[in-house]
Design a binder for this molecule. Structure first.
Ligand code: ATP
Ligand code: MG
Length: 396
């Protein structure tokens, strides 16, 4: 069947009162953006509280739906058959043809949901429901009406054109990116942080990202893996500015000066400090990490408290209550899992101690960080100065 339009359903944003138009405009602009990935002549319009995607000529249906499923704020995607108003007889024929083409067998319960948005149409919604229902019952003997829980909810909208649809393909939900400020994601090559980025972005938050690498201890391939993960997240989150920070000198310095069982925690405190510094420069409103309570030594409540302590910005940890399997399930859904499990070294694992502290004492940590006083400011400034910016576009 050839669908010439899609009706885009969105609920959460519709309740936002007078801000509603801002949300709708953000949604329309994201839809336009993701459709650049698909070959076809698409037009996205907002009309009477509804968003339609119209398409002229040939296009790939599956690719179009896949692109729309990356737009946060969309709850449902309805492929629509659009016809012209040439009287009831013609409409009845179009509806029958629609059902025949859209369903392999017609032995289900249904309800006709007619809406007359154009008041000069000669029949009202009730009359249309009755008449079209009658036509369907006459034509398909195994179809039955069920007004409460129909298997097929057939919507017929009378507007300038006539729209017929019944399928609702689920969208990702959430809110359009850009409607809730921007945050800085600490993106490693692991499974967790890409999922954390996806989840924050789903709430309408635009993302920048920072990756700490430690050449020559971590390879170009490890960095490429992070770039690839950022590309995948950008399909949902839009363009991401990825800041790549060379962390080697700071890591070596900590390694030289601090007790090895505290390396991870002190390193993580420096990562947070640097991430926050960049976040402030780029107008981010918070930091995002992929941490979850108790997953590893550096994610106990005590460890999280001691990494938090260096930040003045809120630190968002959307996976905080997730088990690993739950995180993996999301990463498979958003297609980051296969990249995340590629076996390239991470800068944290190289310098990790055999027995890291699991209950760091903040006073002790701070005392040991004093050992770094001589050079750390200089190394910090150099790390910021030499950072590389990679712009990850969302439709490449
Ligand atoms: P992930 O799977 O996201 O790497 P993890 O379970 O390996 O997480 P850690 O290595 O303790 O956990 O890191 C916790 C969080 O710190 C990560 O989710 C990420 O947000 C951040 N992080 C860790 N290493 C880096 C890095 N090299 N660059 C940027 N952020 C990092
Ligand atoms: Mg990691």
């Amino acid at each position: 069947m050839h669908y010439s339009s899609f009706l885009i359903k969105y609920t959460e944003i519709a309740i936002k009162g007078k801000n509603r138009y801002l949300f709708e405009d953000a949604l329309v602009s994201r839809i336009r953006q993701v459709l650049k990935r698909v070959d076809g002549d698409f037009a996205v319009t907002k009309n009477q509280g509804r968003i339609y995607v119209d398409v002229e000529g040939d296009y790939d249906f599956d690719e179009t739906v896949a692109a729309l499923q990356c737009v946060f704020g969309i709850t449902g995607i309805c492929p629509v058959v659009k016809t012209e108003d040439e009287g009831f007889e013609k409409l009845a024929k179009d509806v029958i043809r629609y059902l025949e083409e859209a369903y392999p067998s017609l032995d289900q319960t249904f309800k006709v949901n007619a809406r007359r948005a154009r008041k000069n149409y000669p029949m009202n919604s009730m009359e249309l429901n009755m008449e079209l229902g009658g036509v369907i019952l006459d034509r398909f003997e195994n179809m039955k009406v069920d007004v409460h829980h129909p298997q097929i909810m057939l919507t017929v909208e009378i507007r300038e054109h006539i729209f017929i649809y019944s399928h609702v393909i689920p969208g990702p939900g959430g809110m359009p990116v850009g409607t809730n400020g921007k945050a800085m994601l600490l993106l490693s090559g692991g499974i967790d942080s890409p999922v954390a980025g996806y989840m924050i972005s789903k709430r309408g938050v635009k993302l920048d990202a920072v990756y700490f690498h430690a050449p020559p201890y971590t390879s170009e391939r490890a960095k490429q893996k992070v770039v690839d993960l950022a590309k995948q997240i950008a399909k949902y989150a839009g363009t991401i500015y990825l800041h790549v920070v060379n962390f080697t000198d700071i890591q070596l310095y900590i390694y030289e000066k601090c007790p090895h069982d505290e390396l991870t925690i002190i390193m993580r405190r420096y990562m947070m400090r640097i991430a926050e510094h960049i976040a402030k420069e780029t107008e981010c409103l918070g930091l995002v990490t992929g941490e979850s309570i108790g997953q590893v030594a550096s994610q106990t409540m005590q460890s999280l408290a001691s990494t938090d302590e260096v930040c003045t910005m809120p630190v968002y940890r959307p996976l905080i209550g997730f088990d690993k399997q739950e995180i993996v399930a999301v990463s498979e859904k958003i297609d980051t899992y296969e990249t995340s499990i590629l076996p390239f070294e991470d800068c944290c694992t190289i310098f990790v101690a055999k027995h890291p502290v699991t209950k760091p004492n903040l006073k002790v940590i701070k005392r040991h960080e004093k050992h770094l006083e001589e050079q750390i400011d200089e190394l910090f400034a150099k790390a910021i100065e030499t950072k590389e910016l990679i712009i990850i576009k969302d439709c490449e």
